[in-house]
Design a protein around this ligand. Structure first.
Ligand code: HEM
Length: 502
């Protein structure tokens, strides 16, 4: 029975038009937020706001964030507003404000704004949670990442790098094109599989190794329902939380729970204790009843998630730049040879610290290609921006575009040029401390920094002492960066050729 018009279809059409109209009105009002606060902003468009595409895979856009940074900075603003759909986001372009928010006034920005919900155990990990729960967890986990613990895991990482060399020898012999990211990702999966789960994955021998396939599937959509869930948690996290939306695919969740439970059982039955992350978090679980099995699995999951893609990307882009700059490749190889000679041609934990130029090479790579493109913080207590009348409301998201900051010509002359000398001690000291943040900063910085640097240096040493790299004639260059994810990756495969060094 029709209520408003003479037919049911007429009623449905009238209802849809009214709802559509109300949605447009809501967006129009939401888009006045920065104007009402007297904050400069970039004009949004219905319905995406300032987003270029729907952020389906991530709660924050990738290299697109540099465009907001560049536009606001070119208009002379130290900060400014944008909208992701209808949600206001504050973009910072001034290193002093960045310092305030990441470090000095951190107590107002304890959260990152990533989605987490109790009903989806894996989301309750150190990266995603906030407030007091984060503080407690961070202090429990910090001792897991000291240099003493890194030293303990050093040999395991080294062992994994030997599998990589065996695999590369085959490739180099046959002069084939090498999809180098694939090789490096297999290496870092083996490393994190061994260090966080105590397992020998050997992704090089077994192309279908479960950890590798799970790793590959983590950033993919698993059907339309999953894509919608990811979209909702990225676009409207508060509403998604109220609806208890679980973005983790059950297959992935079950996989990590099964691996951890089986390993726990095996270690208990055989009275085994190993020098790895898993053992360190098992010890916390044993000693602290508030650190549940769910907490334990969520943390080793985030070590996996945050640990393998970031480091493999860092090594991938390093080999890309070294292949394009053979003189830098030779220089770093000569340094490695000279330092290892002092250590009887062995890679030791101590030798990693003596490789100063290799350190600069990695730093320059992470400047041009920061693995995490944009740092985010969520305001947890109303906050007044220094020397302004602007109050950042509790709940507002703040973006710091590392892609924009690290390529800003004000801080880096000829910013697109790959030049490790920018990180020589004298040059480094001449820059503002907060214009280079590949691992973030403040109490919420990357907890795995030492481990990430250790595994990246070991991987690069093994690669550079064994092979000379060049770009394959079949490579599609230049590499273009993918826009819809916050972990930096290129659209094209990086194809290299490797020549074995006798
Ligand atoms: C080259 C390698 C890596 C890079 C470039 C990197 C970068 C980052 C960045 C930029 C952040 C955000 C920091 C902030 O918001 O201030 C972060 C957070 C984090 N990273 Fe890493 N990361 C790397 C390796 C690792 C590894 C190997 C692990 C673990 C084994 C790890 C675990 C984490 C965790 C758990 C957080 C969240 C920390 C918290 O919120 O308390 N990362 N990382």
């Amino acid at each position: 029975m029709a209520l408003i018009t003479s037919t049911i279809w007429g009623d449905i059409a009238a209802l849809l038009i009214t709802v559509g109209f109300l949605i447009i009105l809501y967006f129009k009002y939401a888009f006045t937020y920065w104007k009402r606060k007297n904050v400069p902003y970039i004009e949004p468009k219905f319905p995406l706001g300032n987003l270029k595409s729907y952020v389906l895979r991530s709660y924050v856009p990738g290299p697109d964030s540099a465009e907001y940074y560049n536009e606001l900075k070119s208009r002379g603003h130290k900060f400014g507003g944008i909208f992701t759909l209808f949600r206001p986001v504050l973009v910072l372009t001034d290193p002093d404000y960045i310092k305030d928010i990441l470090s000095k006034d951190f107590q107002h920005f304890v959260d990152r704004g990533a989605y987490h919900v109790d009903e989806d155990a894996l989301t309750n990990n150190l990266f995603s949670i906030g407030d007091d729960k984060w503080k407690g967890l961070r202090s429990k986990l910090s001792p897991t990442f000291t240099s003493g613990k890194m030293k303990m895991m050093f040999n395991t990482v080294l062992e994994c790098s030997n599998y990589m060399v065996d695999f590369m020898n085959e490739k180099a012999r046959s002069q084939q094109d090498i999809d180098i990211l694939e090789v490096l990702a297999s290496f870092t999966v083996d490393v994190i599989g061994a260090c966080a789960f105590g397992l020998n994955c050997n992704s090089f021998k077994d192309k279908d190794a479960e950890f590798r396939t799970v790793g590959q599937s983590l950033f993919k959509d698993h059907g339309i329902i999953h894509a919608i869930k990811r979209f909702l948690v990225a676009a409207v996290p508060d509403m998604s939380k109220a609806l208890k939306i679980k973005p983790t695919v059950p297959k992935i969740s079950n996989f990590f729970f099964d691996v951890v439970k089986n390993t726990l059982k095996y270690r208990k039955e055989n009275n085994i204790s190993r020098p790895d992350f898993l053992q360190l978090v098992i010890n916390i679980h044993k000693e602290d009843p508030t650190f549940t099995l769910e907490d334990l699995v969520a943390q080793v999951f985030v070590f996996f998630l945050a640990g393998f893609d970031t480091s493999s990307a860092a090594m991938n882009f390093t080999l890309y730049e070294l292949s394009r700059n053979p003189e830098i490749q030779n220089k770093v190889r000569e340094e490695i040879k000279a330092v290892l000679k002092k250590h009887n041609n062995n890679i030791t934990y101590e030798s990693l610290h003596e490789l100063k130029y290799l350190g600069q090479v990695l730093e320059e790579t992470l400047r041009l290609y920061p693995s995490v493109v944009t740092l985010t913080r969520k305001c947890t207590k109303d906050y007044q921006l220094r020397d302004t009348d602007v109050i950042i409301d509790k709940g507002t998201i703040v973006y710091i575009s590392l892609y924009g900051l690290h390529r800003d010509p004000e801080y880096y002359l000829d910013p697109e040029k790959y030049d490790p000398d920018r990180f020589s001690p004298e040059n480094q000291g001449s820059r503002h401390q907060f214009v280079y943040l590949p691992f973030g900063d403040g109490p919420r910085n990357c907890i795995g920094l030492r481990f990430g640097v250790m595994q990246s240096k070991i991987g690069l040493i093994k690669m550079l002492t064994n092979y000379k790299f060049s770009i394959s004639p079949n490579a599609e260059l230049p590499l273009s960066m993918v826009g819809d994810v916050n972990l930096l990756r290129s659209q094209e495969k990086l194809l290299l050729r490797a020549e074995k060094i006798p």
